[in-house]
Design a protein around this ligand. Structure first.
Ligand code: SF4
Length: 253
């Protein structure tokens, strides 16, 4: 997942647990795994099929954010999760953790929760019994970095009832034909960050922008590629002279 400080489209991040397994090209330079390895100073990380995930101690934060958001002019957005994948099916993730997460989401109606996964096929199985047409404060998204992952993951995403379905196409690693966007409410994209960033052709971003415009889907261009946040910020956020800060549900940036 991306570095928290660089995320334009969210106001808070919350991690119910930490750890994951790399499953696709977008995971190659996983920031979270590198962060975990640094913190453990050579110890075993929480990444990979044989590593246990650990539950965090920050579960009180969303409750506090929810209280602060009472009566506010705009609704805070909570990105869940930046150091894990909510669709991860690792055996160390106890069913109780997911039950607790759904309960926390129900208990924080002043927050919009953005559940972003690379495993929408799993998340579809983990929805709570009272999900119905989707909780009003939950947006469901999946990452798609190239055509193959887009086709595969979007097919699962569109089966999940949700007030907002979105795709985070970052790091964008190829040209993607979006096809039918009638069940998609938001597209985010951007280049890769980190020392080993892979180059994205600007035409790939333009193609996404134009398809979204054609379909009337809000489009957010988050960032150009770069070795670090300083370098990325220096490049600005314009694509052909325009900042694209589209959001679903008529929300203004
Ligand atoms: S899914 Fe996200 S957190 Fe998990 S390995 Fe891939 S990039 Fe890292």
């Amino acid at each position: 997942m991306a570095e928290n400080s660089g995320i334009e489209w969210t106001t808070h991040t919350f991690n119910p647990w930490i750890g994951c397994t790399k499953i696709s090209p977008a995971c190659d330079h996983c920031y979270a795994e590198a962060w975990d390895a640094r913190g453990l100073q050579g110890g075993a990380t929480r990444w990979g099929p044989h590593a246990s995930r650990t539950r965090t101690k920050t579960w009180g934060n969303p409750v506090k954010w929810n209280r602060e958001a009472e009566g506010a002019a705009s609704r805070p957005r909570v990105f869940c999760a930046s150091l894990a994948d909510v669709g991860d099916n690792h055996s160390s993730i106890l069913p109780q953790w997911r039950d607790d997460l759904w309960a926390l989401i129900r208990a924080t109606p002043n927050l919009d929760w953005l559940l972003l996964t690379k495993r929408p096929q799993n998340l579809a199985k983990y929805l709570p019994g009272d999900w119905g047409n989707g909780y009003p404060n939950v947006w469901i998204g999946c990452t798609a970095e190239n055509q193959a992952e887009y086709d595969r993951r979007k097919a699962h995403l569109v089966t999940i009832p949700a007030v907002v379905r979105f795709l985070s196409m970052e790091p964008l690693l190829g040209r993607v034909d979006l096809g039918d966007l009638s069940a998609i409410h938001w597209i985010i994209t951007g280049g890769e960050s980190g020392r080993a960033f892979r180059h994205a052709d600007p035409d790939w971003f333009r193609f996404l922008r134009d398809q979204c415009a054609e379909a009337g889907v809000p489009f957010l261009f988050k960032q150009w590629e770069g070795a670090n946040q300083k370098a990325i910020k220096a490049l600005g956020r314009q694509l052909d002279g325009v900042i694209h800060d589209g959001y679903p549900l008529g929300i203004k940036a």
